[in-house]
Design a protein around this ligand. Structure first.
Ligand SMILES: [Zn+2]
Length: 109
């Protein structure tokens, strides 16, 4: 959903991140991460609900592109309140990592 095809720039950018950031970024970009929706599908979380808005399922697309609870923070970091999925793969991955750190999702993912 975030990655449509192989990209040398994206690969180089990813490999320039630290190990923890690589794991979390790959999880987010593939949808296989410890967000509530994925954890509930695996039977490891009671609720699939987003911790930031409590209104929608907590998926990577929701958190990174749609959640109203994170709109201001996304605007500050990415320059868009509701960026598209391609905004993340076209921009430096450091912005995605910055968003994870500012939301403190880097501590739980
Ligand atoms: Zn939300």
């Amino acid at each position: 959903m975030f990655i449509k095809e192989w990209s040398a720039r994206l690969t180089d950018d990813l490999l320039g991140q630290n190990r923890k950031a690589i794991r979390i970024i790959v999880g987010l970009l593939t949808g296989h991460c410890r967000l509530n929706k994925h954890m509930s599908l695996m039977g490891l979380a009671e609720e699939a609900t987003c911790i930031f808005c409590s209104e929608e399922e907590e998926t990577a697309v929701h958190v990174l592109c749609q959640c109203e609870g994170l709109a201001r923070l996304r605007f500050l970091i990415l320059g868009e309140e509701n960026p598209s999925a391609s905004s993340y793969t076209e921009a430096p991955l450091s912005r995605l990592w910055s968003l994870m750190q500012r939301t403190q999702l880097d501590r739980v993912l």
